[in-house]
Design a protein around this ligand. Structure first.
Ligand SMILES: Cc1cc2nc3c(=O)[nH]c(=O)nc-3n(C[C@H](O)[C@H](O)[C@H](O)COP(=O)(O)OP(=O)(O)OC[C@H]3O[C@@H](n4cnc5c(N)ncnc54)[C@H](O)[C@@H]3O)c2cc1C
Length: 467
């Protein structure tokens, strides 16, 4: 700590003093990223530092400590986590759902007691004062509206039936992983280093793997776990740099809409000031909730229209549903059944986009003018995602064979890629098409992390430098 402290700038030192002891560990690894990445071979690498990695690593650390007690094994497992976004305020900062960049007022889709992690409730009770104090210090409009709606439950600490902001769950899962990591590092059974960067390819190298980063750096790992979560769809080439087209969870989309949306709307005649959402699942509902709290945009928009092949919106959380109801009552929210076939870009930037959709493939196309289009349709097949890593892995069908629907890689029951020993996949890339169930909820992530940590422990039995 003292060496680290002396390396830090005055601003960083302030942060270190405020950061709980357990988080300093993350800061330490974060600092080390400034140095050149050694091209050595480590035992285990996780690509992506979100919930799947946090849970698998936590359970692996606990199992390694137990194994050491039972067998007095003398091995230290060298682990790296490659993460494209990371900041010292949290262990899971990059996670789309639970990380630092997630909108602070977005909520868990299930109540605390049904969220898929029973331990979360007890942690919340223990940490409630600090957590809710921080929330009330926030100047986010959605957070304030949530606090107002849930005031009496918060003060009586009846959290069971509440839909809590997702970031709080992220903080819980990150802290719990760091606790386990601290124990494992102290016992000498594992050392973890975080590498800040985007992994762009994984190739076979002898019995292990070479991991290549966008910076050109690379290193080797005996085992590799691909845990990159949900990557959003690729922007169609003709819409790149199109100011009226937004991707639902792409970095900064919500902020850009509040900043630039009013201008985009006022450039058009009133009847064309439509905000069109593609898709009707959780992310569309979150945008509706967000828009409901943007009075400037609501005043200018003539309509918020949803186009989706499936009818209706998800029915939870209740705060979101209330927002949808309010917009319906204001006569602003409409719904059209259909699948988008194309988005036409007008010549002038002061003209509306034209969205073409069909109710079914044989139907006549319907055209709708929209001042702003938000794509909330989710990630789709691997080659339509923005992930360079996924695109490159799909180009190696002998090593990373994709499913016929191309929504993931073919894996065995232990998450290991078919015929590719020691390469594993976890998270939303596991779908019922390639695995026994879709792994895109807290409960499924935890269940699979529990199994995978056991598999990794067995594989790591023979790996690691004695110390
Ligand atoms: C917006 C959203 C809301 C959700 N809400 C809920 C909910 O309320 N309840 C529930 O049960 N489930 C929810 N889920 C589903 C599920 O819990 C999450 O998908 C879960 O986060 C999956 O964990 P993960 O680690 O696989 O992915 P993530 O947590 O998304 O982590 C992936 C990490 O990989 C990093 N990464 C990606 N590509 C690279 C690369 N090439 N190189 C390096 N790093 C990379 C990302 O920066 C990120 O940190 C939600 C999912 C999303 C997307």
């Amino acid at each position: 700590m003292s060496e680290l402290f002396s390396m830090a700038s005055p601003e960083e030192q302030k942060l270190l003093i405020r950061t709980p002891r357990i988080l300093q560990n993350t800061w330490d690894t974060f600092r080390s990223m400034g140095r050149r990445l050694p091209t050595d071979r480590v035992d285990l690498t996780f690509i992506g530092g979100g919930l799947s990695t946090a849970e698998t690593l936590r359970l692996l650390c606990e199992r390694l400590v137990d194994a050491q007690k039972a067998t007095s094994r003398k091995q230290r497992i060298e682990t790296r986590v490659v993460e494209s976004y990371c900041d010292p305020s949290g262990a899971m900062s990059g996670s789309l759902a639970f990380g630092t960049k997630a909108q602070p007022g977005f909520l868990l889709s299930a109540t605390v007691q049904n969220c898929g992690c029973p331990e979360f409730h007890d942690w919340l009770l223990l940490n409630a004062d600090e957590v809710f104090q921080e929330l009330s210090d926030s100047n986010d409009i959605l957070v304030h509206s949530w606090i107002t709606e849930n005031k009496s439950l918060i003060s009586s600490k009846h959290f069971e039936d509440m839909h809590i902001p997702r970031k709080i769950f992220g903080r819980f899962a990150g802290t719990r992983m760091l606790d386990a990591l601290y124990g494992a590092e102290k016992s000498g059974v594992l050392r973890k280093r975080t590498v800040l960067g985007e992994a762009v390819n994984i190739t076979q190298d002898g019995t292990g793997y070479k991991i290549k980063l966008a910076s050109g750096d690379f290193f080797y790992s005996q085992l590799v776990v691909v845990a990159i979560g949900n990557s959003w769809p690729r922007v169609p080439p003709h819409l790149v740099n199109e100011p009226r087209y937004f991707l639902s969870y792409a970095n900064g989309s919500l902020e850009r809409l509040s900043r630039e949306g009013p201008d985009l709307l006022t450039q058009l005649p009133e009847e064309q000031r439509r905000i069109l959402l593609i898709g009707s699942r959780g992310s569309a509902l979150e945008w509706i909730h967000y828009l409901r709290h943007q009075p400037r945009l609501l005043k200018l928009a003539c309509e918020i229209s949803i186009v989706s092949p499936r009818e209706g919106l998800p029915e939870l959380p209740k705060d979101y549903c209330q927002s949808a109801e309010t917009l319906k009552e204001m006569g602003l929210l409409t719904f059209s059944l259909g699948r988008i076939s194309s988005i036409h870009k007008p010549r002038k930037t002061t003209q509306a986009l034209v969205v073409e959709f069909k109710e079914n493939p044989a139907a006549q196309p319907v055209f709708e003018r929209a001042a702003i289009v938000v794509n909330c349709s989710g990630r789709g097949p691997i080659e339509y995602t923005s992930s360079r890593l996924l695109n490159n892995l799909a180009k190696q069908p002998n090593i990373f064979p994709t499913t016929p629907g191309r929504d993931g890689f073919i894996v065995g029951t232990n998450c290991e890629v078919a015929h590719t020993p020691n390469a594993f996949v976890i998270g939303p890339l596991l779908t019922p098409e390639n695995f026994r169930e879709g792994v895109d909820s807290i409960s499924t992530v935890n269940r699979v992390a529990n199994e995978l940590s056991g598999v990794l422990l067995a594989r790591l039995g023979g790996i690691g430098d004695p110390h």
